[in-house]
Design a protein around this ligand. Structure first.
Ligand code: WT7
Length: 654
């Protein structure tokens, strides 16, 4: 963190509205009052291991009990040491003994209106069969399986099958390019890939199998590929390597015992952007991850047996891992899974699905709320949304206007809103209201979950006073914390545990108000949050400079009404190249090919020079000001060449 960053943490938002939980909601909630929350919080603070240990006993099934709740050798943690369990067993088998056996586990809605429901028994059978399929292809405990799929039930089946036999899954979001897929497969050295011919999106087909084919040209670890038929587009099957899902499932036995796995066995790797060009493989393990996912799901979404719950995230992101699949199925809930986008075939699609399935709990991203609110109330008004009782948001700060629209138009003024702050690394929600207990303020993620010690500190690690901006840190280990960066413990230590002494640094700026409520102010590192998805500026820069005509690039985020952050690229060309609109288009397409459509720059501005310090460091703060159309107010005394700034501002054609 530089001085530049410290200067930027000035807090501007002041929101004073307070929404108390309605008494009829509180009465039926798991955590019924502020006092109950405080009791839990204090209990956990006094004896964190006792608190988490009791919950691990009451909420999860263990094959063998642990000997020690926590082994902490900073910054490396082991939770429930010596215990064995299985995530798929907890999500499936344990529900088959009672009335949940024939309850819907996954209610799936395709983009084109087709639908499927899998009961817990159905899902258990399919997962057991696919576990045997994986074994028949040589997948063993500890092997990595890459999953690159559309939002169809087979994705859930594949991940749960990995969990069942102790294979570590690495799910790669279907919007990533072949190049991004290849890098992730190689970093994890995956043995097998599960994919589909394609998926439906906005009425068209996104092809997937062909991208895997391309990735596998340079991914020697992969021995086989299993392909689900979804879109019927033409694919080429390589004999001996590629197999159709249905062919393999036909002969598979439905008998496969869940393997007893060490609590610290790696459940999954999920790649996320950081401040270098290379994404980090965040590693989550078994017992601790599942415990946090299970308890946060139950208390924050206030899950009840009869609820239909819908999270609109893609399972390719951590939100889908924890709050479509693991946390929900562990609680025996009916979890809705939707294949498509919010606005296809029309902007009423989300609301139509809520009406169709009588959804009770709805969890989505601020970017979707902003986009849908812009399209007008007439769309939600066409549907009966009265089944909703609780709303949630995640991924980025929600602006108070969007919060109020969500509250009034979608929630009919009666649903609590849980604004949940967390990260790929934290595995589960860290800051959030408990809906029956905590009064909410639009735009604040409110208070830490019981058992989570969060603070806002300065660079020296000292708490800052109320309403002063600082760094958001977690001061004690928690069960679902990332254990390491895949095969790179050094990067783990340096990224999260070095900037501020002794604590986990999230990379976010925040402030606490006088009531102790947290207000997230966004990333303070070179990471952007585009439509609720994290993207490193360095990644986009590396993609740009990999183009032959580009000599140098600097990428910054610019405020955007819908996406939260838009991607703004300043590009210096190799000498002799001409800057024009055609080249802008080419470069945008190039980035899409290198990373995926989520990384496509919204704006490109060509420049002969970038503003740099005398030591050659690009002054991003100045570029952010230019991208946002602001006057620079900060210090420019270290700028090497003052004329660069003036030239950048003059260019108004972007
Ligand atoms: C970053 C993590 C974990 C879910 C999806 C994103 C931002 C997340 C909030 C929130 C303000 C939020 C932070 C965080 N973020 N939730 N409720 N309010 N900001 O996961 O890709 O790992 O990104 O998303 O900046 O660091 P991710």
């Amino acid at each position: 963190m530089s001085k530049e960053v410290e200067e930027e943490i000035t807090s501007v938002l002041h929101e004073n509205r307070l929404f108390k939980p309605a008494s009829d909601f509180s009465k039926q909630a798991h955590i019924k009052s502020r006092a109950a929350y405080t009791r839990l919080y204090k209990k956990a603070e006094k004896d964190p291991e006792g608190f988490w240990g009791d919950l691990a006993k009451s909420e999860l099934h263990w094959f063998k009990p642990w000997k020690k709740v926590l082994h902490w050798k900073p910054p490396f943690a082991k939770w429930f040491v010596g215990g064995t369990t299985n995530v798929a067993y907890n999500c499936l088998d344990r529900h088959l003994e009672g009335p949940r056996k024939n309850k819907a586990a996954i209610i799936w809605e395709g983009e084109r209106g087709d639908s499927r429901t899998l009961t817990y028994q159905d899902l258990h059978r399919e997962v057991s069969k696919f576990s045997n399929v994986l074994k028949s292809k040589g997948v063993k405990k500890g092997d990595r399986v890459a999953i690159y799929m559309p939002m169809i039930p087979e994705l859930a089946i594949a991940m749960l099958a990995c969990a069942r036999i102790g294979a570590t899954h690495s799910i790669i979001f279907g919007g990533f390019s072949a190049a991004a897929l290849r890098d992730r497969i190689n970093d994890a050295e995956a043995k097998l890939v599960v994919t589909a011919d394609g998926g439906y999106r906005k009425g068209g087909v996104i092809t997937l199998k062909d991208k895997v084919d391309e990735a596998l040209e340079e991914a020697p670890s992969v021995e086989s590929m299993i392909v689900v038929k979804r879109t019927e587009n033409d694919v080429v099957m390589k004999v001996g390597r590629d197999f159709w899902w249905t062919d393999l499932m036909k002969g598979a036995s439905a008998d496969c015992k869940a393997t007893a796995l060490d609590s610290e066995h790696p459940l999954f790797i999920l790649y996320t952007s950081g401040t270098t060009g290379k994404p980090k493989g965040v590693v989550h393990t078994t017992g601790g991850y599942l415990l946090s996912a299970t308890v946060t799901s139950k208390w924050i979404f206030d899950l009840k047996e009869e609820d239909t719950y819908w999270c609109t995230a893609d399972i390719g992101w951590v939100t889908g891992h924890s709050y479509i699949i693991y946390g929900m199925l562990s609680n025996g809930v009916s979890s809705l899974m939707y294949e498509g986008v919010p606005t296809y075939p029309d902007p009423g699609r989300f609301w139509e699905i809520i009406e169709k399935y009588r959804v009770n709990i709805f969890y989505t991203a601020p970017t979707a709320i902003r986009a849908l609110s812009k399209l007008g109330k007439q769309w939600p008004k066409k549907y009966d949304l009265s089944s909703l009782r609780l709303l949630g948001t995640v991924g980025e700060p929600i602006n108070p206007e969007a919060w109020m629209w969500y509250h009034k138009v979608i929630g009919g003024g009666k649903c609590p809103i849980v604004d949940t702050w967390w990260q790929t690394e934290t595995g589960a929600i860290m800051l959030s209201p408990l809906p029956g207990a905590i009064a909410t303020k639009p735009g604040s993620a409110t208070l830490p979950f019981p058992g989570i010690s969060a603070d806002v500190v300065n660079k020296a690690g000292k708490s800052v006073p109320a309403n002063v901006g600082g760094y958001l840190v977690i001061t004690r280990p928690w069960p679902s914390m990332l254990r390491t960066v895949w095969r790179n413990p050094k990067r783990y230590k340096e990224t999260y545990w070095s900037d501020i002494p002794g604590v986990y640094f999230s990379g976010d700026g925040a402030r606490k108000d006088k009531d102790g409520y947290f207000w997230i102010m966004g990333r303070v590192d070179d990471v952007m949050n585009v439509s609720g998805h994290r993207l490193g500026t360095m990644e986009v820069e590396s993609a740009l400079v990999s183009h032959a005509k580009v000599s140098e690039a600097a990428v910054v985020g610019a405020p955007d009404e819908i996406k939260g952050t838009a991607i703004f690229a300043f590009v210096t060309l190799e000498s002799g190249q001409t800057a024009n609109d055609a080249l802008k288009k080419t470069l945008k397409t190039h980035v899409t090919k290198e990373i995926g459509a989520i990384a496509r720059p919204d704006q490109i501005r060509f420049t002969d020079n970038l503003p740099k310090t005398r030591s050659g460091k690009i002054m991003r703060r100045l570029l952010r000001d230019i991208a946002a159309g602001r006057e620079s107010i900060g210090d420019t005394s270290t700028l090497e060449d003052y004329t660069v700034l003036a030239k950048l501002r003059d260019d108004d054609e972007a």
